[in-house]
Ligand binder design. Structure first.
Ligand SMILES: [Zn+2]
Length: 114
């Protein structure tokens, strides 16, 4: 699926947020069990580099959405936003990912068509 480059970065950033959260939560535990976990510093550095490539306006919406909902970017499944389950108007769907970063009219989350 072709995605708007900025949207691709937002999805990657969201994935990375989750990885960081997981390492923060489980890292010490894993280390206690004799595992070496992936360097949190490396992840944070990669996160910063990613963030630097994203439009600051998108970034501030992203952060606001993460604070509010936990997830800022959600897939559209069956013409519905999987964040709030509002129906996405057909006019949105035809524009798809490639041309622009689309947001749900109802909850404001960023949308992508998987
Ligand atoms: Zn929504």
């Amino acid at each position: 699926m072709i995605m708007h480059p900025q949207l691709q970065l937002l999805v990657a950033l969201q994935d990375m947020n989750e990885m960081i959260r997981e390492v923060e939560e489980k890292g010490p535990e894993l280390e206690g069990m004799g595992f070496k976990y992936a360097g949190l510093d490396d992840l944070r550095k990669a996160h910063e580099e990613l963030e630097a490539q994203i439009d600051p306006r998108l970034m501030s919406s992203f952060k606001r959405l993460v604070g509010k909902f936990g997830h800022a970017v959600v897939p559209v499944v069956g013409n519905n936003c999987t964040g709030c389950f509002a129906q996405i108007p057909p006019s949105f769907v035809s524009k798809t990912n490639a041309d622009r970063v689309q947001k749900c009219e109802s909850c404001g989350r960023f949308l992508y068509w998987p």
